[in-house]
Write a protein that binds this ligand. Structure first.
Ligand SMILES: NC(=O)c1ccc[n+]([C@@H]2O[C@H](COP(=O)([O-])OP(=O)(O)OC[C@H]3O[C@@H](n4cnc5c(N)ncnc54)[C@H](O)[C@@H]3O)[C@@H](O)[C@H]2O)c1
Length: 301
């Protein structure tokens, strides 16, 4: 069967690069981007685009039928820092959009679903170093609670209704094409932009806050590899741990100073420090390596 892909939340930090990569791979007209707002020129000019609210089941069903969609990548969500400010809006968006897509798959209107989870599923009682795939979770943020619930529902829909849903617990993602969307690791993107435009950056996390991070190219590659893996190799139907590297803001600043020796950083931790403190420092992704051959390429130098 021919593949037609719908990306929901395509104009965001991950969706933009995911859409462009999928278009290169499968052809521009087979990859339909959608969002509640328009995106970058490269996204808007490279293939079909629809304004679509992920919480509107009827609108979603209509777009899926119109384009004969076979696979959905659901990237729309409210991220960790913003979700602390708008808890009920975050819960409604993060959960209802997922139910809408899972129910489309349950009704056999699509064959395959990708939905991203996050290291935010872990909480203050989780072992912080080399956090295993299966461990204490107990997330303490609105966003983390929605991601953990989402994981449980993905596994439930797989077991109960045979829905082919696949997921990764992305670490903080570093990229430059699109600005980040209100997460706790946004500093790792903002810092590059401020280094170039102002030569200095005030970081909202403490200098020694080490968190699991990954470059966008690796995250996109992991997503495609997971989605292209044989179904019988996907043993984890909640979400896979995924890891590349861990670093703190001071290490990142030193890495930038190798190229811009006059770059300055100072630290004014805000409410996002508590979110970061509740997350792991590093992640054990051996299940992803064993089940579908995951290997990260890029590390911070
Ligand atoms: N960026 C990261 O570091 C990171 C890390 C872990 C997990 N994730 C997860 O990956 C996914 C994508 O994250 P991102 O960083 O690209 O987020 P983002 O905020 O940059 O993009 C989200 C997109 O969703 C759109 N959107 C919001 N409400 C919508 C709605 N009702 N209907 C349709 N679209 C809507 C927004 O306009 C935006 O373009 C999210 O599920 C996020 O939780 C991201």
């Amino acid at each position: 069967m021919e593949k037609y892909i719908l990306i929901i939340g395509a104009c965001g930090q991950i969706g933009t690069e995911l859409t462009l990569t999928l278009r290169e791979r499968y052809g521009n007209n087979r990859v339909i981007a959608s969002d509640i707002r328009e995106g970058s020129d490269s996204l808007m000019n490279s293939g079909p685009f629809e304004i679509l609210d992920a919480t509107n089941y009827d609108a979603l069903e209509e777009v899926v039928a119109y384009y004969d969609i076979t696979e959905v990548y659901l990237m729309a969500a409210m991220l960790s820092a913003t979700a602390e400010k708008f808890p009920m809006r975050a819960w409604n968006l993060n959960m209802n959009s997922l139910f809408n897509v899972l129910n489309l798959a349950k009704e056999k209107k699509i064959n395959k679903v990708f939905w991203p989870s996050s290291i935010a599923v872990f909480g203050p009682n989780t072992p912080k170093d080399h956090t295993p795939q299966h461990t204490i979770m107990e997330p303490s943020t609105v966003y983390g609670i929605s991601k953990q619930s989402g994981e449980r529902w993905c596994e439930y829909y797989f077991k109960k209704f045979n829905v082919d849903v696949r997921s990764l617990r992305y670490p903080g993602l570093i990229s430059w094409k699109t600005m980040p969307g209100g997460g706790t690791t946004d500093y790792a993107v903002e810092i590059y932009h401020k280094a170039l435009s102002q030569g200095r950056y005030t970081c909202f996390l403490k200098e020694d806050t080490s968190l699991p991070m990954m470059f966008m190219d690796d995250a996109i590659r992991a997503t495609l590899e997971l989605m292209e893996a044989d179904a019988e190799n996907i043993k984890v139907r909640s979400a896979y741990n995924l890891s590349a590297m861990s670093f703190d803001p001071a290490e990142m600043a030193r890495s930038i100073q190798k190229h811009l020796p006059d770059f300055n950083i100072d630290y004014e931790p805000d409410f996002r420090q508590a979110i970061a403190d509740s997350w792991p420092k590093s992640i054990d992704d051996s299940d992803a390596q064993k089940d579908w051959g995951w290997q990260p390429n890029l590390i911070l130098t």
